[in-house]
Design a binder for this molecule. Structure first.
Ligand SMILES: Nc1ncnc2c1ncn2[C@@H]1O[C@H](COP(=O)(O)OP(=O)(O)OP(=O)(O)O)[C@@H](O)[C@H]1O
Ligand SMILES: O=P(O)(O)OC[C@H]1O[C@](O)(CO)[C@@H](O)[C@@H]1O
Ligand SMILES: [Mg+2]
Length: 526
């Protein structure tokens, strides 16, 4: 079979977004896969393109195969030497059938396919490579944590330090304190396996965190001045955007510095990856608050329990906590507008449930109903130090409105119990399964950086860890799709209204968008 790589000037080039490889056919192509720098530095291939297309003459395998590839240090430093991976001498790995990930291993983004559907995008599989681009003595790594807290950050820090030290013999690891601004405004901490030994048992971040303060030039100056050559950045969407800026500047300056992003978000709002670490822990902790609300309202007459959970733009915590609990009567999330008054509104639903059961439990995500709230409150447009809009307090607003409605208008005595455990669900250590997940993330990041990959985010895609171009996780946000079966499952389990009555006088104006969206989409996913 004939396989050849064609340059843009040869006519068979397919314009594709930066760092997308279009390969064909399937794995067979990779057997003749040349080292990256042989084509990336080809004079005919413009720098902004990484894509290549293999010409195939076998009609049975002529479908396109797309890899969303991550940058490599050799794309701007072509002559870097390589070294055998020290893991090849590791006793622990001696028994492993395949210690190293094959260079041709990729992870498919789309796993539910039909016979004739396109194969979709693929990401490079994470894991140790046979050759590394750093010697143990040469590595000076640093770790930084930015943005809000999340269970498991300390486990990730611990496992980066231990992974670098135990697997690659690295002894020079620095902790940057207090987020991005810590690069240029604080002293570093020396991190060793002994220093981080117990930190996974604590919530929060051992390195401290912050919002704002990202100054790319100052950060990269500092990286250069300190002789740092591996940067591990743990944080959410904002942090990953910052990591992309750092990578771009490092590339511009031609520095041998690997930049690895580890996605962290309690809201589970990061695109592409299956789920963010700490999410399961947070959902589990939320059960305690929901249980408490349920016990309280069950024990009184006309008990109304409201539990406010995190979720700025994405209602995953609220949705999963509701699905897991089965004590919740209504779940309100940012993606699904709601209204209080009139037919099929929240007040009507509450009254029905009080009549039927004598109590009701409502879970509300902090970002729910923000547009609706803004109509009745004077919308304050405050932002945090990173530029994220500060939200109006939907929990207090809801509590007050429900109280006013039932006591003043309906003349009904109600027992309101409002629980706000928002910080409690993220300020705890990660549970057992999140700890294992954090370990895999950390080790994948270490393997990737040692193998010379850079400007990447690591994370599970369909349960396999992969190296993902940072832009893929920052361009879109993961939100609850009202057209997915999971939301339908929730509606079926709570039997709550879908709030699709769009009478503007009821504040239902925003739901028009939802209806349009639903009409334009079919129920998707599982
Ligand atoms: N577009 C951007 N470019 C460079 N840096 C950014 C950008 N957006 C955010 N940052 C920086 O990233 C850090 C964290 O951002 P942010 O506070 O938005 O939290 P996050 O990483 O999104 O985490 P989370 O939202 O889950 O708490 C901050 O120091 C902020 O200055
Ligand atoms: O009060 P802080 O620490 O800025 O964080 C609050 C925000 O952080 C998040 O937990 C995201 O990390 C959001 O859900 C929440 O709005
Ligand atoms: Mg964010």
């Amino acid at each position: 079979m004939d396989l050849s790589i064609s340059s843009p000037l040869c006519g068979a080039f397919v314009a594709a977004p930066t760092s997308t490889l279009i390969l064909s056919p399937k794995s067979r192509f990779f057997r003749s896969f040349k080292p990256r720098n042989s084509y990336l530095n080809h004079p005919l291939v413009p720098r902004q393109y990484f894509p290549i297309r293999a010409q195939v003459s076998d009609p049975a395998v002529d479908d396109d195969f797309v890899i969303a590839d991550v940058p490599h240090l050799t794309s701007f430093l072509p002559d870097l030497p390589t070294y055998p991976n020290p893991l090849q001498n590791s006793q622990a790995y001696a028994i492993v059938k395949q210690t190293f990930v094959r260079p041709e291993d990729v992870v498919a983004q789309k796993i539910v396919v039909q016979r004739d559907s396109s194969r979709g995008k693929h990401f490079r599989r994470a894991g140790p490579r046979e050759k590394v681009y750093f010697t143990s003595e040469e590595v000076r790594a640093c770790i930084v944590t930015c943005g809000g807290l999340c269970p498991g950050i300390n486990t990730v820090i611990r496992e980066i330090v231990c992974g670098l030290n135990y697997m690659y013999g690295v002894n020079d690891i620095l902790g940057i304190q207090g987020g991005y601004r810590g690069f240029y405004s604080k002293n570093t901490l020396t991190l060793t396996p002994k220093v981080v030994n117990d930190i996974h048992k604590r919530g929060g971040t051992f390195l401290l965190t912050s919002r704002g303060g990202h100054d790319t030039q100052k950060i990269v100056d500092n990286i250069q001045d300190r002789g740092i050559n591996q940067v591990y950045i743990i944080g959410g969407d904002g942090t990953q955007r910052g990591a992309a800026r750092i990578f771009e500047e490092v590339e511009k300056r031609g520095l041998k510095v690997a930049v690895a992003g580890i996605p962290k978000t309690i809201d589970n709002d990061i695109a592409v990856i299956d789920k963010s670490f700490g999410f399961d822990t947070a959902v589990e902790e939320a059960q305690r608050a929901i249980n408490a609300a349920h016990v309280e309202v069950e024990s009184v007459e006309n008990g109304i329990g409201i539990v406010k959970l995190m979720g700025r733009y994405s209602g995953f915590i609220a949705m999963f906590a509701t699905l897991a609990s089965r004590d919740v009567d209504c779940c309100l999330i940012p993606e699904s507008p709601f209204y209080l008054e009139g037919k099929d509104g929240l007040f009507e639903f509450i009254e029905e449930r009080l009549k039927e059961n004598g109590h009701i439990v409502i879970v509300v995500a902090e970002g729910a109903g923000q547009e609706y709230l803004a109509q009745s409150m004077h919308g304050i447009n405050e932002k945090d130090a990173s530029g994220n809009r500060l939200l109006l307090d939907v929990g207090l607003w809801l509590t007050q409105n429900i109280k006013d409605h039932f006591t003043k208008e309906r003349k009904m005595a109600i027992n309101m119990k409002y629980i706000d455990p928002t910080y409690m669900i993220r300020a705890i250590p990660s549970n057992a399964s999140d700890n294992i997940y954090c370990t895999l993330l950390a080790q994948s990041a270490v393997h990737g950086a040692m193998a010379g990959y850079t400007g990447f985010t690591v994370g599970p895609v369909n349960s396999r860890h992969a190296y993902i171009p940072i832009s893929h996780v920052t361009e879109t946000q993961n939100t609850v799709k009202l057209t997915d079966r999971m939301w339908a499952r929730l509606l079926a389990s709570t039997n709550q209204p879908s709030f699709l009555n769009c009478d503007e006088s009821r504040g239902g104006k925003v739901c028009k968008d939802t209806i349009d969206l639903i009409n334009n989409m079919k129920i998707t996913s599982t």
